[in-house]
Design a protein around this ligand. Structure first.
Ligand SMILES: *Cc1c(COP(=O)(O)O)cnc(C)c1O
Length: 502
């Protein structure tokens, strides 16, 4: 059926650095499992599938023994770098260690085995979980209510922009513009466009913060709102946030908070108190769900009182009951923008987030923020003589260095530094973002790493900078199965299937 001969016979079958594809390992007739013969009479295919939908030939699947199957995927898994393996200082994406207790909670049969279509009467525990999470997130964000449906930060942004539109339309207006700063995450302008608005960009000033004069110059009654991340993507707190919010509200616009990375402010300051009306939170960055590699996420959107009536539905709610016992059900707000996700979002991600919040408590969440900020500032201070700090002032949960001077001096770019760090056993920081910093190296050590790990990371980056000086970074990484991948070519000429007959 599947691959045999050809490339398969010439490829070595084992070896970490030359792992064949599962199809090259395939040999006709091999199998990992045998199913017992069934006593249930087989329904003829003809009775089940219309002729035009039947395959002409069997599916081309790999045939491998269980031993080869497990070996193949285990070898591949050892090529991965993960949050469980070591520090992952990828700025803006908050790749931090996730406590295992959250996985244990998400695996409880009472949560994991409930069918999403189960009637409310049979899913009271789940509904109570969702209601409790919504309350906790609203408390942390300083908001009135939230939808838990959006499956990612970007999906939350789009939901937020649709809420902005609903708010516009309800007051009989059709505003066209949304303002975002030039330091914004790339998803912000993309969401603005998807939401049917045009982006107006405001520049950052020499502090790395929104330029108030530039903002005032673009504000008028055509502005539906402003999207802002605070701390911004330079890791800096927007000190003028109260004045920014006042100016946007003055022209009738809404303030949207991109809360993808909340670890710097958890339990310390709330977006609602800063003047925001809409907030999305990335549970997979701040509240313990392993992400990266396209893993499941959740981007709940919380809103202030005046936007609750537009929230997506159905929403989990606590019902009034006469006997005082807690009962839960579903409710769709009158002017709801409708569903933004099938069922109720990525439910087990939601369960993990509630576990994370409950295990930490208010006190623990506050400490998360303190530790995140302390660790980033320690890294900033320690490495400030090795790389230039883009905006030299105390940072929040992440710090942006510039390798521009190093680049001029040695020819080694931020990209080369990142490749060199892989050899040192660390995941690289974010490079080339934010766009307004030349040769950006964006480091987020996160709150979960110990002092010893921070020292090891700093020493590794110092060694890499020394190698740049020597001019030996070009060949890095020398320790990985592949070295410098041509990412652009890989993305443009993507080969997503394996054809054994080629
Ligand atoms: C990660 C991130 C997003 C997008 O979140 P996704 O879950 O990847 O869609 C938006 N804004 C900021 C600042 C982010 O860091």
């Amino acid at each position: 059926m599947a691959a045999s001969g050809g490339r398969a016979s010439s490829a070595p079958l084992v070896g970490r650095d030359n792992e064949p594809t599962i199809f090259e390992l395939s040999r006709p007739g091999r199998a990992s499992w045998q199913l017992p013969t069934t006593k249930v009479p087989e329904t003829p295919l003809e009775a089940l599938v219309a002729p035009e939908h039947r395959r002409a030939a069997p599916v081309d699947v790999a045939e491998v023994s269980e031993r080869d199957l497990v070996g193949h995927f285990t070898r591949l898994s050892h090529r991965q770098y993960s949050v469980d393996l070591g520090a992952y200082p990828l700025g803006s994406c908050t790749m931090k260690y996730n406590p295992k207790v959250c996985d244990a909670v998400a695996a409880l049969p009472g949560l994991a085995s409930v069918h999403p279509a189960a009637p409310a009467a049979l899913a009271q525990g789940w509904l109570a979980t969702l209601v409790a999470l919504e309350a906790a997130l609203c408390e942390l964000a300083g908001m009135a209510a939230a939808t838990l449906q959006p499956a990612a930060g970007a999906a939350g942004e789009l939901t937020g922009l649709l809420l902005m539109r609903a708010h516009d339309e309800a007051r009989g207006e059709r505003r066209r513009r949304v303002i975002i700063p030039d330091s914004a995450h790339g998803t912000n302008p993309a969401s603005v466009t998807l939401g049917g608005y045009e982006t107006t960009t405001v520049r950052s000033d020499e502090r790395g913060l929104v330029d108030l004069e530039a903002l005032r110059a673009v504000l008028d009654t055509d502005v539906a709102g402003m999207m802002l991340t605070n701390p911004n993507t330079l890791g800096l707190f927007e000190e003028d946030i109260a004045e920014i919010a006042r100016c946007v509200h003055e022209v009738g616009g809404l303030m949207y908070y991109d809360g993808a990375n909340l670890n710097a402010i958890l339990g310390v300051v709330r977006p609602g108190d800063m003047g925001f009306d809409i907030v999305h939170l990335n549970l997979h960055k701040t509240f313990a769900t392993p992400h990266g590699g396209g893993g499941p996420g959740a981007g709940p959107v919380a809103v202030a009182e005046h936007l609750v009536e537009f929230l997506p539905g159905p929403r989990p709610v606590r019902l009034d009951s006469e006997d005082g016992e807690a009962r839960y059900g579903w409710h769709t707000p009158e002017r709801s923008i409708g569903r933004v996700h099938g069922w109720h979002g990525n439910a087990l991600v939601l369960a993990r987030a509630l576990a994370y919040i409950e295990v930490h408590g208010a006190d623990g969440l506050h400490k998360v923020a303190e530790r995140a900020v302390l660790n980033a500032n320690w890294i900033r201070e320690r490495l400030s003589s090795t790389f230039d700090v883009a905006f030299d002032r105390p940072c929040m949960h992440e710090v942006v260095f510039s390798a521009a001077a190093l680049h001029k001096r040695t020819g080694a770019s931020a990209h080369d530094v990142a490749k060199g760090l892989i050899e040192e056993g660390f995941h690289p920081p974010t490079v080339a973002f934010p766009l307004i910093v030349e040769d950006a190296l964006m480091v987020e050590p996160t709150e979960t790493e110990s002092y010893e790990t921070l020292v090891a990371l700093a020493e590794a980056l110092e060694r890499v900078a020394a190698r740049a000086q020597e001019g030996t970074l070009e060949g890095s990484p020398r320790t990985t199965p592949v070295r410098r991948v041509d990412e652009a070519r890989a993305a443009r000429t993507l080969v997503a299937t394996f054809d054994a007959r080629r």
